[in-house]
Structure formats: C-alpha cells, structure tokens
Design a protein around this ligand. Structure first.
Ligand code: GLY
Ligand code: MN
Ligand code: MN
Length: 442
C-alpha cells in the first residue's frame, strides 16, 4: 500500500471519527472521550506477558497496535491528543517513536511511566467517557465504558471509511498471497504444521500478529469447525485441505477460507465447486437493503439443494431447512462483520441507541442480524461438513430415512468444505476484497 494513498485518505477518516466522537459524547453527557490502549497481562506466577492486544477503539484512530499504557484524548473542537508510553527499558524493544502520515494530526506527549499519563489527561475524570478494559486504568482515570457512548460508536463501526477499506484491501492481499503458498504446500504433501509454516512465511506475519489462530485441516479434521491442532506429520493420503487463515494490516483483519480437493478426490472437488458457485451467488447479494439473516436462510435453502442434487439427502430442500437437517451439514452462521476485529462488534445492534436484533429461530450461531448497507464489510462463509456428533443425532431422527448414509459416510474422510470471502457492500455491485486479492496475484 503506497503510504501516499493512506496519507490522502487519513484526514477524512479522522474527521469522520471526530464527528462520531462528538455525537457519542453528547449521547453520554460527557466532555472528553478517553481511550486506553490497554496493558500487558502476565501469566500466573510468572513475569511473562501474553501477547498484547490493543483496544480496537484505539487502533480505529491511528495505525498503532503496540502501545501498552498509551492513551487517546478526544475533545470536540481540539486536536486529538496521544499520550504515548515509551518506557526507558533495556530488556524489551520499546514502542517506536511515533512516525508516519498520522502524526501531524495529533498533539503527542511522550511519557516514560504509565502513571505519568495522569498529568496529561483531563483532570475531572467524571467528565470523561473512558473506554478500555478494567486493567487499563490508572488511579485517577478508571474505564467507565458508558453504554450510550459505546452503543453509538459500536453501531457506527459497521461503516468503513475509504481509509479503512484501503487497509482491508491490503490485509486481503497479504492473506491471499499466503493462501496460495499454503495450497502449494498441500499439493506437495505437507503436514498441517508444514502448511501453516508456508502460510506464515508468505504472509510475513507471526502467529501473534494474525487476527485469529489459523484453522488448517487435512482430511476429517475439516469437520471440527475451529480445529487448531496443527498435526506435525502428514496423513498417509491427503484427501482435502480446509484452511481458514487471515492476515492483519495496521490492525485491520482479513478472514479467508478455502477448501481444496486432493489429487484423487474428484467426487469431493465436484462438491467444492458447487459450494463455491453458491458462495459467489451469496456474495452477489451483498447489496444495500438486503437483510443479512434472510441471506443466511437463503443460503440454507441453496446448500440443502446442493445436498439433494449430490445425493446426500432425498427430501426437498424446503423440508431439509424446515426440519433442521440443513443445519446438521451447515451448523454455523453465514458470516459476520469484519474490520478492526475479525468478528467486528455491533452485528446484532438494533440502532445507535442500543437494542438487539434477534437471530432467526433455529439459527443460534449467526453473528450478524442487521440489514446490509453500503460501506459495510462482512464475511460470506457457507460450508458443508460431515460432523460425526451431529450426524449421530440425525441418525436417531425421523428424517434419517431420507439420508443416503453410504454417501455421507464416504465423505467423512474429507471433513468439510468452507469458502469464505470478505465482501464490501457498495451502492452498486459488491466489492469482493478476497477474490480481487486472489485475482491480483495471477
Ligand atoms: N476464522 C473464524 C471465522 O471464520 O469466523
Ligand atoms: Mn469468518
Ligand atoms: Mn474464517
């Protein structure tokens, strides 16, 4: 990503956040918005910290993800202030001196100890909305996370600025490049661990920098939705690879899943192709005004149709959905918002004042129940799986007689299929960040 482009886009992004902060403060009746970056957390009985995860509110304002002990102060009508902790420390690498296109927009104060921040925060903490985890506070300023302020900001999080979209395109590019390397490692017979190593090398990210733990599944491991074991040895034969692996850029996430059939698995390739075609159809429906839960239910009907066409079930797609049989094979949600967090916040929110939009009955794992609007980014990640636990339950239900168990059993060795793209809604045709990133590699 050329820095010039980011520097052009950043002022508008900052103006949008300042505008939103002003309204959020009015809603809560506060004068200042304080955002605590967070603190290191230490392992029990040890002096080793867990990897630092910055408060997403903090990295919304500036592309800084390693800043434990730092603070932002937003006061309407004033330049935002960054209180930046740069300790004197010869044991660890201290956070770099602030640099880059964003620096000129902030008043920056360097402090050397966390408690020094108090001298640079607004003195009357009662007038401050303080956002952060409890442990990020200092004696004088303790996070209060006012609901009215957070409701407003979390609802707005769904809409990305041009600057954020630019960040997410880069994250997608890094992820797509690494997925290509992972596929090549799979074709060469690598283990799950070997595929992960190839992925990380191509992404040029450490595991701690990824937005989530990669899910790298050979064969039947694909049936464990969040499998993260990374088997060190390859199986005797690799029938399939399901890889759900992301990348980060300045704190923005990509979340990408691809499923590949092994060389001897033509029957599985046909099913992968069918899910892939269906997934493209769902992506095409990412349009303003589309209800996301309705899209999720539509996906159930299409996937049930695939199960029928491919001879897994004999009942109609409609009855497969109505009876819950489609949920045996597709037991998770169609997707979620994505951005600063891989599962970005606000997916159930009814309005900027709060409230909850319930999930449709029978779909307990859907993470997004809002209506899609332009400039929102979400994943579209349908799947079909052969999960022993859920299949065992189905065998005891009346619908079991309408299932071709021989065919189902024959596919257990492939685990499952998931195809996941990150899609930005626009006023017009959707922008598929993931497919565009793969296409740019060709
Ligand atoms: N990688 C987790 C998810 O797809 O939501
Ligand atoms: Mn996802
Ligand atoms: Mn994923």
């Amino acid at each position: 990503m050329p820095t010039a482009l980011l520097s052009q886009l950043y002022p508008q992004h900052l103006a949008t956040l300042q505008h939103q902060a002003g309204i959020a403060l009015e809603r809560g009746g506060y004068d200042h918005l304080l955002i605590a970056a967070g603190q290191l957390h230490y392992q029990f009985l040890d002096d080793l910290p867990y990897p630092f995860q910055v408060n997403p509110h903090f990295k919304h304002w500036l592309p800084v993800t390693r800043a434990p002990g730092s603070w932002l102060v937003i006061t309407p009508g004033q330049r935002p202030r960054l209180i930046y902790l740069q300790p004197y420390d010869y044991w660890h690498v201290v956070p770099e001196a602030p640099a880059g296109y964003w620096v000129e927009h902030f008043d920056i104060v360097i402090v050397r100890e966390a408690r020094e921040a108090a001298g640079h925060l607004p003195p009357d903490s009662k007038r401050c909305a303080i956002i952060g985890e409890a442990s990020a506070g200092i004696d004088t300023h303790v996070p209060n996370n006012p609901e009215a302020v957070l409701n407003y900001l979390h609802f707005q999080r769904a809409w990305k600025t041009e600057y954020e979209l630019a960040m997410m395109r880069v994250a997608s590019h890094l992820g797509a490049r690494a997925h290509r390397a992972a596929e090549a490692a799979f074709r060469a017979g690598a283990s799950e661990y070997g595929i992960q190593m190839a992925y990380l090398a191509a992404a040029r990210e450490t595991e701690n920098e990824l937005p989530y733990s990669n899910i790298v599944c050979l064969n039947e491991h694909g049936a464990v939705l969040h499998y993260t074991n990374l088997e060190r040895n390859p199986p005797l034969q690799s029938h399939s690879l399901l890889i759900d692996a992301g990348a980060s850029f300045h704190g923005y996430a990509a979340d990408i899943t691809r499923t590949y059939a092994g060389a001897q698995a033509a029957e599985f390739q046909q099913l992968v192709d069918a899910v892939d075609a269906a997934q493209r159809g769902f992506c095409a429906r990412v349009r303003p005004g589309q209800s996301y839960p309705e899209l999720h239910v539509h996906a159930h009907h299409v996937l049930a149709g695939i199960l029928r066409e491919h001879g897994f079930i004999r009942m109609s797609a409609e009855s497969a959905v109505e009876s819950g049989v489609s949920s045996v094979f597709f037991p998770h949600g169609l997707g979620h918002y994505i951005g600063l967090q891989v599962h970005d916040i606000g997916g159930f929110q009814q309005s900027d004042a709060g409230g909850t939009l319930p999930r449709p009955a029978g779909h307990p794992y859907l993470r997004l129940t809002r209506t899609i609007e332009a400039n929102q980014v979400m994943t579209i990640e349908p799947g079909l799986y052969f999960i022993d636990l859920l299949l065992a339950e189905l065998r005891n239900r009346p619908e079991a007689g309408d299932v071709n168990w021989d065919k189902v059993d024959a596919f257990r060795r492939y685990g499952g299929i998931r195809i996941e793209d990150d899609v930005a809604c626009t006023a017009d045709a959707p922008e598929n960040l993931t497919r565009d990133a793969f296409a740019a590699l060709n």
